[in-house]
Design a binder for this molecule. Structure first.
Ligand code: CA
Length: 633
């Protein structure tokens, strides 16, 4: 375990500051800067005309303010000045940027005072973001900014950049839509972006470097490597243009946020401003490592919790973000978890909030502080549902199979997932109170893609059967109660050539290969059809557990097939009864009814809301490895 310094007195209760003004507050007439550095003996701010200058053009003393803060008021227009703090701890002077920085020089070399008004795109004041009413109405599409557009086959001009999301009319080498047009065609409601705050592992001036970005540096500034130029104005302006364009096309923007560790520890702005305060320690010096990345952010301390809340509020207010995905939320303490929900939904009740209910290693927290599946009940925060995920396809990276690829013992876990993981019955219950608390998915950026997993686990199956397994997996996700989540590119069988942890593997492995849309166009149409079915039919989007118990019933099955009916115009649906049937087996499976009904098939090989075929019968035969959806008027 690494050792860091803990400054005596840094935890004192009189150092808890409640004001909303930490960081830089700019106006044309004056700039007020406030820094929290409770154990400092004195603090100066150095102002630079250019970040490459060796000497500051101006140095100002900051005065000791209340609760461990230091303040300076700069009279005049200080926009576009770079700055560093020189913090004197008696035995040394630390030079650093503040954790609250809103602007940065390339590669975070200095802070920058930004006139944020100059970064707003046209119509920004009227931009209201995406309204969903309930998380179960969302269809989330996870993508990395660079992966989305980096391929030459994307047909996009701003390859690897925020601005790629603003382009319209782009096509792949076969003339099929890509980029934003593709997202609209697919019908998703929200784009979930892998980290887009400033991270440390990529040189922003080197266009060839690649990383997912789970290595936070400055939380309140967009990452510079996705901008046309890495200076603050470009990154902020282009980020906002991305958000604005997506909003204009009725697509929400969710940020993947990583408030569980920082890339640097001793050299971080946290440690340089308040030594020892921001990280979890054992014996006041040893860093704990629940993140697996060398440190754990001490979310349970008041000024850390405040920082996280302030940061989230800032992204909502300044950048119009519609939701957050919390990385390794199992490292966060319970009180912070509940505060986030309360504070953010107070600003906008429609914000989508969800996270991973686990950590890399057990967190250095008391049991009563820990987060685990179940504590979210009735709290409007969702958790990734790993039990459902693994029941559908097997383990994440190995040869273990699941329901779609041959392990039929997982039938009951599939049923648990389809009801939204609520307490449905004695046998069928899991961790949620409401379906909005489960993020249903079969693949994400971590681990093998769904297609690579299928290929690894059932390599001897025919191509046709492997594709059917893929379709069945996503049909289960999109016809289940809960919040569906799709790994971007999965809709045309995304491959990373078997790489299960591609965080720094570069573009060749990671980029979305848009030519595959042509190759696997039927898969694309299938996903699109399932999304359309889900979005047009509220029966798939019940959020009241009582309604689910009343309207959703499982059918008797003689084998590993699963069938359920959503009945009595469930949740105001226009269809009286909707039958959803999954058959993972290599033989046909039959469901019997006690009387004849007239069935209209809408999903069977193809998917959508149009009737593929109608028939009158007292039974339904489901083809091998497939999902069927039928309705009765
Ligand atoms: Ca960076």
């Amino acid at each position: 375990m690494d050792i860091i310094e803990l400054q005596e007195g840094v935890y004192r209760p009189e150092y808890i500051y409640h004001g909303e003004d930490l960081g830089v507050s700019y106006s044309k007439e004056k700039t007020i800067i406030k820094l929290w550095a409770p154990t400092a003996q004195n603090v100066e701010i150095e102002l630079y005309n250019y970040y490459k200058n060796d000497e500051p053009q101006e140095t100002c003393d900051m005065f000791k303010d209340i609760n461990g803060t230091w303040t300076v008021k700069l009279t005049g227009n200080y926009a576009d000045k770079y700055y560093l703090f020189a913090i004197n701890f008696g035995d040394r002077i630390e030079r650093t940027i503040d954790p609250y920085a809103k602007g940065l020089a390339p590669n975070s070399q200095m802070g920058l005072i930004v006139n944020l008004k100059k970064t707003n795109p046209k119509g920004w004041e009227k931009d209201e973001g995406k309204s969903t009413n309930s998380p179960v109405n969302a269809v989330i599409y996870e993508v990395h900014v660079r992966d989305f557009s980096m391929s030459a086959r994307s047909g996009l001009r701003n390859r690897g950049d925020y601005l790629a999301f603003t382009e319209q009319g782009s096509v792949n080498n076969q003339g099929l839509s890509t980029g934003l047009d593709h997202l609209k065609e697919l019908g998703i409601t929200h784009v979930h972006l892998l980290p887009v705050f400033d991270y440390a592992s990529v040189d922003e001036q080197n266009r060839y470097e690649y990383n997912w970005g789970y290595d936070p540096h400055f939380y309140n500034v967009p990452e510079g490597s996705y901008a046309n130029k890495p200076d603050s104005y470009h990154r902020i302006r282009e980020f906002k243009q991305m958000v604005k364009t997506l909003h204009d096309h009725d697509i929400g923007v969710i940020m993947d946020v990583v408030y569980n560790h920082t890339y640097y520890t001793k050299e971080s702005s946290f440690q340089k401003t308040a030594p020892g305060y921001f990280y979890r320690l054992i014996n006041n010096c040893y860093l704990t490592n629940g993140s697996g990345c060398g440190n754990e952010i001490a979310t349970e301390r008041p000024m850390v919790r405040k920082f996280i809340l302030d940061s989230l509020k800032y992204w909502v207010k300044e950048y119009h973000i519609d939701g957050f995905r919390f990385d390794l939320m199992g490292l966060m303490d319970k009180e912070t978890f509940f505060s986030i929900e309360k504070v953010l939904h107070n600003i906008n009740p429609n914000l989508l909030l969800y996270g991973e209910p686990w950590a890399a290693e057990p967190p250095n927290l008391e049991d009563y502080q820990k987060i685990y599946k179940g504590i979210q009940q009735d709290h409007k925060i969702g958790f990734f549902n790993d039990r459902f995920r693994d029941a559908i396809k097997g383990d994440t990276d190995g040869f273990v199979t699941g329901y779609i690829n041959g392990k039929y013992e997982t039938t009951n876990d599939i049923k648990r997932g389809t009801v939204g993981s609520i307490d449905y019955s004695f046998d069928i219950k899991d961790f949620t109170y409401k379906p909005e608390e489960t993020i249903n998915y079969v693949s994400a950026h971590d681990n093998l893609t769904l297609w690579d997993k299928i290929n690894k686990s059932v390599s001897s199956a025919s191509l046709k059967d492997r594709i059917k397994m893929n379709h069945l997996a996503q049909a289960i996700v999109l016809t289940s109660q809960g919040v569906p989540f799709i790994h971007g590119g999965e809709e045309f069988l995304r491959t990373k050539y078997g790489n299960h942890n591609s965080y720094n593997a570069g573009d060749h492995i990671n980029q979305i290969k848009w030519e595959r849309k042509t190759l696997y166009y039927d898969t694309f149409l299938y996903y699109k059809g399932l999304i359309k079915l889900r979005r047009e039919h509220p029966a798939f989007r019940m959020n009241d557990p009582h309604m689910i118990k009343e309207k959703m019933h499982f059918l008797d099955s003689v084998d590993a097939a699963i069938g359920f009916v959503l009945k009595d115009y469930a949740n105001g649906d226009e269809w009286k009864e909707i039958y959803v049937l999954y058959n993972p087996q290599h033989h046909w499976s039959r469901f019997w009814f006690n009387k004849q009904k007239k069935f209209n098939i809408v999903v069977n090989g193809k998917a959508g809301t149009d009737i593929l075929h109608s028939f009158k019968s007292d039974n339904i035969k489901v083809p091998p490895i497939s999902a069927m959806v039928l309705y009765v008027d």
